[in-house]
Write a protein that binds this ligand. Structure first.
Ligand code: NDP
Length: 483
C-alpha cells in the first residue's frame, strides 16, 4: 500500500470534501442542485457500460510474447518473422461466442482466439477461433446464423430449435457442428485448446511472391476437454471458471504456450486443388500441406485493468502488416469490414489510439486523420493535416504495394461447386479419425440437443449425418428413435 496520502477529487481534479453525504437543505431537506459532485458521480455511473459485443462478449485477456524458432523468410518478408529468436509483444483475448458478457465459461461453444501482435510495422491481428473451420462460408448468412445462437425473439431464451433448423438447411455447417459437439466443444480451459487463424491468408516474400497460408497454434499443454456433466456443474458453481483459471495460472508463473505452425500453398496450386482453398468450412489436409513450425507464443502477464485492456481491445482482420495479407475467402473479406465497423460503434472513431490498441512502435501511427470524439493525444500537433504537403508530413511508399492478384469471372452470386468439393467428406473424415469413445460422445452430445427439436428437423439432420458417415447418422437416428 502506498504511504502517500491521496486526495479524492472530481473528474476535473477538484478536491472532494465528503464522499458519503450529499448536500441537502437542512438535515432532512431535499438535495441541492449545486451538489455537482453527486451529479457527476451518478451521471458517470449511468454511462459506465459501452455497447456489448454482439458476438464474443465474454472473454479473458492476457499479454505475452511471440518468439520465432524457425526461419520462414522464404515465404514472408513480415518483420515479425525476420529472424530466429526475434520476440514480439502479443495480446490475446479468448472468448466464448454466443453468450453475453456475464455468461458462463464452461458451455458448449466455439472459442474466439484473437491475437494482436505489436510488430515494428504496425499491429497484426489474427482474429481466429479454437476450431479450424466455421459454420458458414459466406458472411451474408452471418447475422441469420448468429440469431440462431442467441435468444428467441419471443421467449428471450436460447433455442435448440433455431440452431438445428438453420443447420438442417445449411449443410456447409456440418463440419463445424461435428467439432462443436465433439469432446473439444467444451475445453478444460483456455491453455488446453488449439487456436487457428481459420481463413486462408497470404504471405508475400521479399521477391514479391505470394503464397497462401493457414495459421495453427497448437497448445503445448495438450488438448484437455471437460465432460458435459462437469461443465454443467461448474456453470453453477463458478461461471467464470476459465477466466479465473487463466488469471491464477499467470499469477503463479504457469505460463501457457502454443507452437505456431503454418501450412503453405504456392499461389498457383490454389487453382487446381481439389478443395476450394478459400472455403472457411474446409481444412487443408495435413497430408497435402504439412505443418511447418514457426515459433512459440507464451502468455505471461495479466492485465492490470480489465476494461482498459480487455473490454477496449479491438481486433480486426483488416490489420495485416507488410508480408501478410488477405485471400479471396468471402468470410474474410466481410470481416475486414465488419470488425472495424463494430469498434467504431462500440469504442468510437479513435479506437486505434486507445493504449491497448495502439502500436508499440508509436512512430508507425502516422495517418492524416484528425479530430473525432475522444481524441486525447496531441492530435498530430502542429503538423500538416493534408497530403500532399511541402512541410515534411508522412508520405505513401509504393514499396509496400502487393503483387497483383489475378481475378477473372463474371459478377454474379455463385453457389459453391459440389462434387468432390462437397460439405460431407471432411466432417466424415473427422468422425472416422475419432476413437470409438469420442464417436459415442459426439453422438450422445448431439442427441441431447437434437431431441428437443421437431421431428422433421431431426430427419433432415440425420440425412446430413449419414452422408458424412453411415455410422454417424445411424447412431443419431437410433438415439432419436428414428430407426
Ligand atoms: P490429420 O490426421 O492429419 O489431422 C487430424 C486433425 O484433427 C489433427 O490436427 C487433430 O488435432 C484434429 N482433431 C482430432 N480430434 C478433433 C476434434 N474432435 N475436433 C477438431 N479437431 C480434431 O487429418 P487431416 O489433415 O486429413 O484432417 C482430417 C480431419 O481432421 C479434417 O477433416 C478436420 O475435420 C480435422 N482437422 C484438420 C485440421 C487440418 O488443418 N488439416 C485441423 C484440425 C482438425 P491434434 O493433432 O491437435 O489432436
Amino acid at each position: 500500500m502506498s504511504e502517500k496520502k491521496k486526495t479524492l477529487t472530481t473528474a476535473a481534479g477538484i478536491p472532494v470534501p465528503d464522499n458519503q453525504t450529499s448536500m441537502t437543505a437542512g438535515e432532512r431537506g431535499p438535495v441541492l442542485l449545486q451538489d455537482h459532485y453527486l451529479q457527476e458521480k451518478l451521471a458517470h455511473f449511468n454511462r459506465e457500460r459501452i455497447p456489448e459485443r454482439v458476438v464474443h462478449a465474454k472473454a479473458a485477456g492476457v499479454h505475452g510474447t511471440f518468439t520465432v524458432t524457425k526461419d520462414i523468410t522464404k515465404y514472408t518478408k513480415a518483420k515479425i518473422f525476420s529472424k530466429v529468436g526475434k520476440q514480439t509483444d502479443v495480446f490475446g483475448r479468448f472468448s466464448t461466442v454466443a453468450g453475453e458478457k456475464g455468461s458462463a465459461d464452461t458451455v458448449r461453444d466455439v472459442r474466439g482466439f484473437a491475437l494482436k501482435f505489436y510488430t515494428e510495422e504496425g499491429n497484426w491481428d489474427l482474429v481466429g477461433n479454437n476450431t479450424p473451420v466455421f459454420f458458414i462460408r459466406d458472411a451474408i448468412k452471418f447475422p441469420d446464423f448468429i440469431h440462431t445462437q442467441k435468444r428467441d425473439p419471443q421467449t428471450n431464451c436460447k433455442s435448440d430449435i433455431m440452431q438445428w433448423d438453420f443447420w438442417s438447411q445449411v449443410p456447409e455447417a456440418l463440419h463445424q457442428v461435428t467439432i462443436l459437439f465433439s469432446d473439444r466443444g467444451i475445453p478444460q480451459g483456455i491453455p488446453y485448446m488449439n487456436g487457428y487463424g481459420c481463413h486462408t491468408f497470404s504471405f508475400i516474400n521479399a521477391e514479391n511472391e505470394r503464397f497462401w497460408v493457414k495459421f495453427h497454434f497448437k497448445t503445448q499443454q495438450g488438448i484437455q476437454c471437460m465432460t458435459p456433466e462437469e461443465a454443467a456443474r461448474i456453470v453453477g458453481e463458478d461461471p467464470d471458471f476459465h477466466t479465473h483459471q487463466l488469471f491464477e495460472a499467470i499469477e503463479q508463473g504457469e505460463f501457457p504456450k502454443w507452437t505456431l505452425s503454418v501450412q503453405i500453398m504456392p499461389e498457383i496450386e490454389a487453382e487446381n486443388f481439389r478443395w476450394n482453398p478459400f472455403d472457411l468450412t474446409k481444412v487443408w489436409p495435413h497430408s497435402d500441406y504439412p505443418l511447418i513450425e514457426v515459433g512459440v507464443m507464451e502468455m505471461n502477464r495479466n492485465p492490470q485493468n480489465y476494461f482498459a485492456e480487455v473490454e477496449q481491445a479491438a481486433f480486426s482482420p483488416s490489420n495485416v502488416v507488410p508480408g501478410i495479407s488477405f485471400s479471396p475467402d468471402k468470410m474474410l473479406q466481410a470481416r475486414i469490414f465488419s470488425y472495424t465497423d463494430a469498434h467504431r460503434y462500440r469504442l468510437g472513431v479513435n479506437f486505434e489510439r486507445l493504449p491497448i490498441n495502439a502500436p508499440h512502435a508509436t512512430k508507425v501511427q502516422n495517418p492524416y486523420q484528425r479530430d473525432g470524439a475522444m481524441r486525447f493525444d496531441d492530435n498530430g500537433g502542429p503538423g500538416p493535416n493534408y497530403e500532399p504537403n511541402s512541410f515534411g508530413g508522412a508520405k505513401e511508399d509504393p514499396a509496400f504495394n502487393e503483387p497483383p492478384l489475378k481475378i477473372s469471372g463474371d459478377a454474379a452470386r455463385y453457389e459453391q461447386k459440389r462434387g468432390v468439393d462437397d460439405d460431407y467428406i471432411q466432417p466424415g473424415n473427422l468422425f472416422r479419425l475419432m476413437t470409438a469413445k469420442q464417436q459415442w460422445e459426439l453422438i450422445e452430445n448431439i442427441i441431447k440437443s437434437l431431441k428437443n427439436v421437431p421431428n422433421e428437423i431431426q430427419e433432415k439432420m440425420v440425412v446430413h449425418f449419414r452422408k458424412a458417415d453411415k455410422a454417424y447418422g445411424n447412431g443419431i437416428a437410433q438415439g432419436l428413435g428414428l430407426m
